[in-house]
Design a protein around this ligand. Structure first.
Ligand code: SAM
Length: 322
């Protein structure tokens, strides 16, 4: 289904939990980590009913996210049922990989074909600092295990933070020579969870190409092949690509084909708008109505993001689904 600005809405970010086994400093503020969901989590059946409703309106891709999706006990069953939903052509997951080493095979068997894995640093101490207590070794073990499974694509997501990991751009990009993975640098977005960072933390993805002039642009003017939002580059001969995602400095709202569904059952047409359309407790037909209303209300653009530190969203990223 098309929105008012002619964008075909085909992609659903499906958050299955707000809980996370990490507390990343740009994502979850310390004081909102344990806040209870007012309406509770969507049940597995409610999630599946909403995906069916979304698919009937043209959603073809679903990315399962959170919070950390792998902490949800029924995650494999959810993945299996989402990937078996009529109309859904691709199901992927975003994870911090801490629990991936044990689950990579089972996720593939449950229909997950692509993984996005968050990795902001290769330094164990910095990893523990940015995640407020995580262990880098566990994330690397998860990545290495998933490389043994036949996922179609594995992408490593690095939030670029001035004064924190800028100096690691070459080492992180170099992973695309070592492993068949894409490394995607994402500009830090002002969210309630990122308020501890000052102006200097909000650096542009242009830093990556400044620091790595040997990177070759894939196709001038194009985004990634699957309709994604990353500008792609590669090192000659490297198996993986380097992607730049610039929501702050080069917003891609014109190409945005997404809706988000929060773990407490609210459709959000835009990450940076507080518009929400609840689906909990509704039957299939009324859920479809809510999806139609959300598509109809999708804002033309997310506005105002060029102001570092200014946040237009009421929820933290873990409460929306990044
Ligand atoms: N727990 C999973 C993980 O760590 O990948 C999935 C949820 S996490 C909220 C999804 C993505 O949101 C991650 O790649 C994370 O880096 C990104 N994210 C969270 N807060 C952000 C911010 N302020 N700016 C940019 N990206 C952010």
């Amino acid at each position: 289904m098309k929105d008012l600005y002619g964008r075909e809405i085909t992609y659903l970010r499906l958050s299955v939990t707000e809980s996370c086994n990490l507390r990343c400093r740009y994502c979850i503020p310390e004081d909102c980590t344990r806040k209870k969901l007012h309406g509770g989590l969507m049940t597995e059946d409610e999630i599946i009913r909403s995906v069916e409703a979304a698919a009937s309106l043209g959603i073809r891709k679903v990315r399962i996210t959170g919070g950390e999706p792998l902490v949800r006990p029924d995650i494999l069953s959810i993945c299996r049922r989402v990937s078996g939903t009529e109309g859904i052509k691709e199901v992927s997951m975003t994870t911090n990989a801490l629990l991936l080493a044990d689950q990579a095979n089972a996720l593939y068997d449950a229909g997950i074909r692509r993984l996005n894995i968050s990795l902001d640093t290769l330094d164990p101490e910095k990893y523990t600092w940015i995640t407020r207590g995580g262990t880098l070794r566990k994330a690397i073990a998860g990545i290495e295990e998933s490389l043994k499974v036949k996922f179609e694509r594995i992408k490593l997501n690095t939030v670029l933070i001035g004064g924190f990991n800028e100096n690691e751009i070459p080492a992180l990009a170099d992973l695309t020579r070592r492993w068949p993975v894409d490394v995607r640098f994402i500009e830090l977005m002002p969210m309630p969870g990122s308020s501890e960072f000052g102006k200097e933390a909000y650096i542009s993805c242009a830093r990556v190409t400044e620091m790595l002039p040997e990177l070759v642009r894939d196709r001038e003017g194009s985004f990634s092949e699957s309709g994604g939002v990353a500008k792609l580059y590669s090192f000659p001969g490297a198996p993986g690509k380097v992607g730049l995602i610039s929501p702050v400095n080069e917003p891609f709202c014109e190409a945005c084909c997404r809706l988000r569904l929060t773990a407490d059952g609210k459709i959000r047409p835009c990450l940076y708008s507080d518009l929400e359309f609840p689906v909990r407790g509704l039957d299939r037909v009324r859920m479809e109505e809510q999806f139609k209303a959300a598509i109809h209300a999708k804002p033309r653009w997310h506005g105002g993001l060029t102001l570092p530190g200014r946040c237009l969203s009421d929820r933290c990223m873990n409460q929306i689904g990044g």
